[in-house]
Design a protein around this ligand. Structure first.
Ligand SMILES: Cc1ncc(COP(=O)(O)O)c(C=O)c1O
Length: 433
């Protein structure tokens, strides 16, 4: 029965049917998890050849990989990963196993030591604020929260974050020192920033001031699900054309190319920005794990090999995304239960319930054995003003598990929606009395 066309008299029966379905799920004691965007085991297997690749040779040219040194990574890794960020090998630093660490360290170092060295520390200037396109990546928001940076929500348009709003905000408030961006296959919405949006970001610095930085987290740079997925304009080139190359810090990693916990994080930036970042970094490390860098160089080899490897990831991931979308279309269709993204890459499907229902849907699903990302997690401070966004992460479960989890999810969405309508009807009737 369609919920939209259900009459007031029919709604209780619909509610009862959905309640029974949910009770049946509860009885089957499911234990399913759609919370985090982790690669599945079959995806991790694609990189098993990393083991043993060195064959006892611990040298890259004249560099002894076993020893200290090489703060910004080995030359061969810089050459391999620079094209992924759209920068030159002189404009990249290869770090440890996570880009998140580099993002955290960059924000911390800008706050305490400044993006342009002595005298430019954000904390000496003002209470620092960041713009946060939302829904977004929860761990970006955690960095801000932990470091005492105030966050301001920015909504999305079809082209990426609302640039009119961003330009207006940075021009009117000098304490806004940064913005988080996931420009290709945004977590969780799947947006790919349009060329016009990238160009507007490149022109932002004069409006925002000299110590403002765009944190361009290109985590899903090569993570397309389809061959015709939209491309992203390289931002450092766009900035160079405007003379604003110091305004952006670019991040990426192989967490979702090779191993999520034993990959490589990297950071692209102007040589000026890298110089200041390295000065701060040098106090906390003598250098990264160069042995893992060399293993990655030998395994991923060149751009064609990376492309081929990512095709293999897509072959595993695409059916999972298809399943999620087919289930949403079949169960919820266009019956007013909410809306959802149709990503062409990345790791997430973003679902919006009707306003006020996300918390309830997540709790109901949890009760039935399906863990979903906490409602609100995709917004700064964990507060979704509309209580409607839910991030679905299809990569980790098997196809069978995913199918079951999605059946539970759509049942919860339907039940919460019907109950909301019933509650609204009761309110109206009681007000009439
Ligand atoms: C947008 C985004 N950035 C960064 C990360 C984490 O990257 P890393 O493993 O390199 O720290 C994730 C992981 O989900 C992500 O979605």
């Amino acid at each position: 029965m369609s919920q939209q066309s259900a009459t007031r008299q029919e709604l209780p029966a619909l509610e009862a049917t959905l309640s029974d379905q949910l009770t049946a799920f509860k009885k089957s004691t499911l234990k399913l998890d759609l919370t985090r965007g982790k690669p599945g085991a079959a995806q991790l297997d694609l990189s098993n050849a990393l083991d043993g690749l060195l064959g006892g040779d611990y040298h890259a040219g004249a560099v002894d990989l076993r020893n200290y040194g090489g703060l910004d990574g080995i030359t061969e890794a810089k050459a391999l990963f620079a094209p992924l960020l759209g920068v030159s090998p002189e404009e990249i630093l290869i770090g440890g196993n996570a880009s998140l660490t580099l993002m955290y360290q960059s924000v911390l170092s800008a706050l305490h030591f400044g993006v342009q060295g002595a005298g430019s520390a954000w904390r000496d200037e003002c209470t620092v604020k960041f713009l946060c396109p939302a829904p977004g990546y929860d761990r970006h928001f955690t960095i801000c929260q932990q470091l005492g940076i105030e966050m301001i929500n920015v909504p999305f348009t079809a082209d990426g974050p609302d640039m009119d709003r961003i330009e207006e905000l940075v021009a009117s408030d000098a304490s806004i020192k940064g913005i988080w961006c996931v420009p290709r296959f945004s977590n969780p919405t799947g947006h790919v920033y349009s060329d016009a949006t990238v160009q507007r970001f490149a022109r932002l610095a004069p409006k925002a001031g000299p110590n403002f930085r765009i944190f361009w987290d290109n985590a899903y740079a090569v993570h397309a699900l389809t061959d015709d997925a939209p491309k992203l304009l390289p931002i450092l080139d766009a900035c160079r054309e405007q003379g604003t190359e110091d305004s952006v810090l670019i991040f990426g990693s192989t967490s979702k190319i090779t191993f999520a916990s034993a990959g490589l994080g990297y950071m692209g930036a102007s040589q000026q920005n890298l110089k200041h970042f390295k000065a701060a970094l040098a106090a906390s490390t003598i250098g990264p794990d160069k042995i893992n860098q060399q293993r990655h160089v030998l395994f991923l080899r060149d751009q064609a090999t990376i492309e081929q490897h990512m095709h293999q990831h897509a072959e595993i991931l695409a059916p999972k995304f298809r399943l999620v979308l087919e289930q949403l279309d079949k169960d919820l269709g266009d019956d007013g239960y909410g809306s959802w993204s149709r990503p062409q890459g990345g790791y997430f499907v973003s679902f919006d319930t009707l306003p006020g229902l996300a918390t309830q849907v997540v709790a109901m699903a949890d009760d039935a054995g399906v863990k979903l990302t906490a409602a609100g997690a995709t917004f700064p401070y964990g507060k979704d003003p509309a209580d409607s966004n839910i991030r679905l992460a299809p990569s980790y479960p098997t196809m069978d598990e995913l199918q079951q989890a999605m059946q539970v999810f759509t049942t919860c969405v339907k039940l919460a929606t019907v109950r909301q309508r019933l509650a609204a009807k009761e309110l109206v009737s009681s007000e009439l009395i």
